[in-house]
Design a protein around this ligand. Structure first.
Ligand SMILES: Nc1nc2c(ncn2[C@@H]2O[C@H](COP(=O)(O)OP(=O)(O)OP(=O)(O)O)[C@@H](O)[C@H]2O)c(=O)[nH]1
Ligand SMILES: [Mg+2]
Ligand SMILES: [Zn+2]
Length: 305
């Protein structure tokens, strides 16, 4: 009997391998283990416990049953788009078509900061940029690396590569800004599907449907579906100040310990508006904190009255 158990354990050991989930579509996960790739399902155990394996998860699989047996502890996880163990998120916006959208950018930066994931900003379609760069200044001042790019002309690709080396980089941003187009330029042999912009609505058509990891030198990059809105409802009002990264040096210096940096007296954050904090970012903060962050989705707000 003992021998049988030992034999079973040895067999299981032989059949078990560790790998990285690079793609997940309809309950089927692509798991890369060294040079081999397996298509696996998640065992019932996970489904019952409502744990979903994410792209970016390191997992132990049973190569015989083609099932994922366990997920290694995650370093972090982003829910939208759903990716685990991220080193850096590349928040991608277009300079035009679709128009640059500061509110959506701020939302994404807040969500990344909440997961303590480093963010850099990419402004793609710079070849279509006609206005001044003023709208990007608040982010440069805040300390975010900001790269102006064009997947069409190749502008900025080398600079972006410099930021990506050796990391797991997630491209995230609205539909149609050119995430897949950029990846096709950056990753040799990549052929991610790209789609044009709806002429009528001036926005993307949600061409990419699933997150997918591609190897990039000694790191990875992840293409993800574009989003049209992002939810920050579960973030407590008093947390937003710490999620605007340029506010952080001044937090705790206000007269009131529970200062929301709004109407309070002797507020160290407000004193920095126009100095170390760009007024546009402060206004945006107030919007989040008062839960009226302008319009964030594809549709402008309904006018009151
Ligand atoms: N002019 C110009 N067009 C670009 C550039 N990059 C991408 N495009 C075009 O923008 C459109 C959308 O590109 P995609 O790469 O599919 O955009 P995406 O961000 O992956 O969109 P989703 O997958 O829907 O989230 C395509 O028609 C591209 O050819 C650029 O730098 N300049
Ligand atoms: Mg895409
Ligand atoms: Zn304050």
């Amino acid at each position: 009997m003992g021998k049988l158990i030992l034999l079973t354990q040895f067999y299981t050991f032989l059949m078990n391998r560790e790998g990285l989930i690079t793609k997940g579509v309809g309950g089927e996960y692509t798991v890369v283990c060294g040079d081999e790739t397996y298509i696996c399902t998640a065992r019932g155990v996970f489904r019952n416990r409502q744990i979903t394996p994410f792209v970016g998860d390191y997992v132990v699989i049973d190569t015989d049953k083609k099932s994922i047996d366990s997920i290694k502890p995650r370093r972090n996880v982003l829910k939208r788009p759903p990716v685990a163990n991220i080193d850096q998120v590349i928040v991608t916006m277009a300079a035009a078509e679709p128009a640059f959208h500061a509110g959506l950018l701020d939302r994404f930066l807040v969500l990344a900061a909440r997961e303590e994931i480093d963010a850099i900003i990419c402004i793609n379609k710079y070849d279509l940029h006609k206005e001044s760069d003023e709208v990007f200044l608040p982010y440069v001042q805040a300390g975010y690396p900001l790269v102006k790019l064009s997947a069409a002309s190749g502008l900025g690709l080398d600079e972006l590569m410099g930021f990506m080396e050796g990391k797991l980089n997630v491209f995230a941003g609205p539909s149609g800004v050119g995430k897949s187009s950029l990846i096709n330029r950056l990753v040799p042999g990549a052929s991610m599907e790209t789609g044009d912009i709806s002429a009528r609505l001036r926005r993307g058509r949600h061409t990419t449907r699933h997150a997918e990891i591609l190897t990039l030198g000694d790191g990875f990059c992840v293409d993800t579906p574009g989003f049209s809105s992002l939810d920050v409802d579960e973030i407590p009002v008093s947390d937003f100040d710490g999620l605007f990264i340029e506010f952080i040096p001044f937090l705790g210096l206000c007269r009131f310990t529970n200062c929301l940096h709004d109407k309070e007296k002797d507020c160290a954050v407000k004193e920095q508006v126009g100095v170390a904090i760009h007024p546009a970012r402060y206004e945006s903060y107030l919007g989040f904190m008062r839960n009226e962050p302008g319009w964030m989705g594809d549709k402008p707000p309904r006018r009151r009255g």
